[in-house]
Design a protein around this ligand. Structure first.
Ligand code: G3P
Length: 223
């Protein structure tokens, strides 16, 4: 299995640039990321869904009660066929996920704000299409966020739960390396982290040296 990258961003320019690299398989947003962007919500998310052309785009509900979450999820899902609705973990969230999997139109849900193995198991059982443990926010309170992803992946293997796990709240390249080693299906990364993943000071230095050597010995020659 190969780790997939999603971009954790609602910024159109970042999404376009990351798409041009050929490495992102989806986009995740949340109310904080969308609040940073200018312009109306609907045209912005429609543009993101069009840019991602068929690849999943997570849009989060603001409602906190199950009935209202279901209604909001239906409205979000109507925006584009590649919308995945982000539902916060919890009793109301589980009810909403369950209802969204029954009946005619099943709406794929990304259960977000997951901070324990037990929450991850419950989300999978309720019918989540994706489960998003938050790595950095656990680190923030002195826990080991990447360690949680390791535990979830070990339990899911043992329990034969195949719900894709999105390692979220990724703050630096070491997080990516650890969740990849743990077997996470997806890492959703801010654009700043994606850029860090591509860079190495020795790569930069190596290019500088090659160019300097060429310029010194054959300055006039071109293909
Ligand atoms: O994917 C969730 C992410 O956007 C949260 O990240 O850095 O606010 O904890 P952060």
């Amino acid at each position: 299995m190969t780790l997939q990258f999603f971009l954790d961003s609602a910024n159109v320019e970042e999404i376009k640039e990351a798409l041009a690299w050929g490495v992102i398989a989806g986009v995740t947003t949340n109310p904080t990321l969308l609040a940073r962007e200018k312009g109306a919500f609907r045209p912005l998310v429609q543009q993101i869904c069009t840019l991602m052309s068929g690849r999943p785009v997570s849009l989060e509900v603001l409602a906190t009660a199950a009935g209202a979450m279901v209604e909001e999820a239906q409205q979000l899902a109507a925006i584009a066929p590649n919308v995945v609705v982000k539902i916060p973990m919890g009793e109301e969230g589980l009810k909403a996920v369950c209802r969204l999997q029954s009946g005619g139109q099943k709406i794929p849900c990304n259960v977000t704000l997951v901070f324990s193995v037990n929450q991850a198991i419950l989300a999978a059982r309720a019918g989540a299409a994706y489960i998003s443990p938050f790595v950095g926010r656990l680190d923030d309170i002195g826990w080991d966020g990447a360690g949680l992803v390791e535990e979830i992946m070990a339990v899911f293997r043992r329990q034969q739960i195949d719900t894709p796990v999105i390692a979220a709240s990724i703050r630096h390249p070491q997080h990516v390396q650890r969740v990849a080693a743990a077997g996470a299906h997806i890492a959703t990364v801010p654009f700043s982290v994606l850029k860090q993943l591509a860079a190495h000071p020795l790569t930069t230095r190596g290019i500088e040296l090659f160019l300097a050597d060429w310029a010194r010995s054959r300055p006039e020659e071109r293909l």
